[in-house]
Design a protein around this ligand. Sequence first.
Ligand code: PEP
Ligand code: MG
Length: 577
Amino acid sequence: MRIFKGIAASEGLAKGKALVHHHASLAAEKQHILADGVPGELAKFRSALQTAKQTLQEHDASNISRESKDILETHLLMLEDPEYIQQIEAYITTNLVCAQWAIDSVTSSMVALLEQTDDDLLRERAVDFKDVSLYLIDAIKGKGQRRMEHLSEDVILVADILMPSELFAMDKTHILGICLDGGGRASHVAILVRAFNIPTVLAAGGASKTVNDGDEIIVDGTYGEAFIRPDHTVSQMLDERYALWQQHELELHQMAGLSTTTTDGHEILLKTNIQTSNEVEAAKACGASGIGLFRSEFLYMESLETPSEERQFQVYKQIIEAMAPKPVTIRTIDIGGDKVVSGLGIDEKNPILGWRAVRFCLSRKDIFTVQLRALLRASVYGKLQIMFPMISGVEELNAVLHLLEHVKGECRSEHIPFDPDIKVGTMIEVPSAALCADILAKKVDFFSIGTNDLIQYTIAVDRGNEKIAYLYQPFHPGVLRSIRMIIEMAHQNNIPVSLCGEMASDPFCSVLLAGMGLDELSMGSQSLLQVRKILRSVSYEEAKKLAEHVLSMDSYLTITTYIREWMHDRFDHFTTI
Ligand code: PEP
Ligand code: MG
């Protein structure tokens, strides 16, 4: 038996047989070869052409739309383009480099040429060539890769890396649990596994290198442990641990119909974060006061094509109607960073600081206005609030607000009804926005603090990188001061402020955040009842005192220790750390 200790990312216990998956990095690697290696690399390239065609044909056979079929057909034709093939072969032979490097180099020069033209069609062709080259490189590097859209039996997925888009494409009905070598609790994969209720352990060292397909494995997502080939005693101990945890979950259900009011009568609204419309039922079941964050970008990961205005309208309408009269905050697309959507040309060297969220939307107004129209159309079916992600300053905020007004104008002239009083807010998740919160507060109806990114950018620590996870500290005085300042600025300008990062779901943060004066907390519905239970058993006065004291402390270590002791003195059971 081997035990891997990692990060408890999604609660629950799962037992089953392992399926090991290795993520193929799509970045081409450069390798020089000798002249006698040329035939081997040419053969690799030829075989990659066949594999890529086969992959595309498999896609084509599945049930996808006409537009997606057209794109796939174009890609298939490109894989037969004699000039493209001949140029890559010549590059291998002349420059004595491996096939993947030749594919990457030839494609990059073609793309650079095509991107310079004024012809829209040719520029689109550049994106197609990039995609095709990724299929080819994937075929060379990803030998042994398996496609997981359809699984025939239940498995525990063990992987080195998992991208949000990969998880989205997988057949989750057969994934009982997940164990990953890396990742952080605030990464988007972590957020998704919680949303899909898949017990998960992250940062489990080199589990994917130790585990073999078919090995018995138990994933304990509550305590952050994975047991490989467990013996009988351990298995029994885990069953007992799980029974206790389930008992605790059952008890929490008594909280479902109650308000979140402190013992001295102060109410804090608890809302939920969702990624798909399927999560609305869970939000309603736990008695959420609304949807505080719908990450609409995941709608763009569901299929190969960008969702049409009609498709988006239907999804937004369904969520808004289901929650009415409670409010639904839909965040405009926050793609980029670790949320790469294929076919949109987002493939960057430094994506976290790159072409992300409103930065992408303001340069792809064609895509953005489609979303704004769909949102406005859906706004008449209940109470919609629109929220913009990754705003870094007033120019960006002005630009998106201006565009929204423009789209409203179009709707008016086309007699499309929309809610004239629709509330518009911004996320505060970039340090420059936090520092300018007083300026931004004058332009919007509400703030929502995105601590997942605010922590990442304030401390300069990648939220998904397990090697530096020890630095990712919600209780860092820099983060807490920033949150306090945002709340003060919002309140001085008479707007409400919510917090929708993962901090909102962590029971150890609940009392502190309430005491700091937040009006709302928004979190995955799995955590809402636990947070409600905690907040209902403290007074607002003591929460404020806690916040005041903690904000006078000078290090995250002392703050963490102090809060742990404070909480353990009052509560005896926590499932999340
Ligand atoms: C955040 O950054 O805190 C947030 C809620 O947005 P996301 O996790 O999608 O980046
Ligand atoms: Mg964010």
